[in-house]
Design a protein around this ligand. Sequence first.
Ligand code: G1P
Length: 287
Amino acid sequence: MKPVRKAIFPVAGLGTRFLPATKSIPKEMLPIVDKPLIQYAVEEALAAGIDTLIFVTSRKKHSISDHFDRAFELETKLAASGKLELLECITDIIPSNITRAEVSQLETLGLGHAVNCARGLIGDEPFAVLLADDLIKTSGPGCLQQLISQYEQTGQSTIAVQSIAAEESDQYGMIKPSSSDRKVLSIVEKPAPEDAPSQLAVVGRYVLTPEIFPLFDDLGAGSGGEIQLTDAIALLIKEQAVGYCEFSGRRYDCGSKVGFIEATVDYALERPELRGKILHHIRKSLN
Ligand code: G1P
């Protein structure tokens, strides 16, 4: 079985749910406390052993590559003023032995289209997909690491799922699970609650086998008029088993304002230097 070494980060979306903030800043650069969402996802991938990071990007997303580049002027200033902790947090976010590549998605035609844009760089290997606006906090191994461990046991594409409220099914890819062997029996993008096959929703972490790529060739627009990754996975299920992983960890939907604020509060409360002040502020505001 080939190891999962490459990860795709689709970052070409328009981020309309966060306008006006995302008019000129990619939504993946919005920070939770002091770190952009994309960096959390990259760190999760690196911790899972990924050595090639592929950003599927578009115009106006230069700040993402800038973020992972060296910033010589800033580094020189921080070094000269002895601010070594700050210096450390901006250098080598991506270690030098890691390959970073960018592919353009010229038109934002959907998540499936974005993943297929990286096809030429993936080749004949299994790969991961991480959606940075799903921020996943775990106490043990990261979510992607959990998926890769399951992939290493089964050799099957594996997608992260979690249980959601029935009325939210129209915001997610929804699966029909075979609980005896953790296989996906069917998958559908954003069904109405009455059509949802279960309450298990797809979260933005996937390990996929390369056999998914040819399935994009004849894939038309699906839900929302977009080329959906979910629809390609539905075709893949007809050819080979696809597993699901009910990962352990808390997922924040940072594509929504409520999820973004929940993450901000929780991550801030975990920081000893912020916790007391934030709690004090919340108590004061509630009174
Ligand atoms: C995408 C996927 C969907 C998945 C979701 C998880 O949807 O298409 O299947 O459940 O991410 O965050 P989006 O939120 O980009 O509309």
